[in-house]
Write a protein that binds this ligand. Structure first.
Ligand SMILES: *[C@@H]1O[C@H](CO)[C@@H](O)[C@H](O)[C@H]1NC(C)=O
Length: 164
């Protein structure tokens, strides 16, 4: 009986792995989710007038922490709502993994937001997280000119540049 149950379990496991849906054993795979924004205000954070960037190519790369050799890469595209979700196989302990968007697909919003075209993600079970979903920090591109609605948005947010 136990043998039969085990056989069924491992069959389900293989099916789940082939379908790329979730994990059947913890730590086997991760889902990385995130969003790519167009920032019309050069604020580098999300506001109510931020726009979604659809069709942006998001690349995940993991590197060996000591040798810096690339150990894993995967690409996906953002949907109409600017979000992406990708399945990453395996445990990536002792590796540095990050998601990057090299190029904006939008002509009107393609200025790099220094440092915010890249976000690090931890793809290891060994960090006290109980879910296999990892949310990467949002990635941004900026419009060349600050939109005239931004002053109002900043006022609403009580956003005052630090003077201290
Ligand atoms: C990183 O590379 C070193 C040297 O080749 C190797 O010993 C180590 O196992 C690698 N680490 C991972 C996580 O692949």
């Amino acid at each position: 009986m136990a043998k039969a149950a085990l056989a069924i379990f491992s069959t389900l496991c293989i099916v789940a792995a082939m379908a790329g849906s979730g994990s059947c054993l913890p730590g086997e795979s991760f889902t990385v989710k995130g969003k790519v924004y167009c920032d019309p205000c050069h604020l580098k954070f999300e506001t109510r007038i931020s726009e979604n960037i659809a069709d942006a190519v998001v690349k995940l790369e993991c590197r060996n922490m000591t040798t810096e050799k690339v150990t894993y890469t995967k690409e996906t595209k953002t949907g109409a709502d600017g979000t992406y979700s990708m399945m990453v196989e395996g445990e990536h302990e002792d590796e540095i993994c990050d998601v990057t968007v090299e190029k904006s697909p939008r002509e009107d919003c393609k200025e790099a937001a220094a440092g915010l075209e890249k976000a690090q993600v931890v793809l290891s079970d060994n960090v006290g997280m109980h879910s296999n979903v990892r949310y990467a920090n949002p990635l941004f591109f900026m419009k060349e000119k600050v939109s005239k609605d931004c002053a109002k948005v900043m006022k609403e947010l009580d956003f005052v540049p630090l003077e201290m």
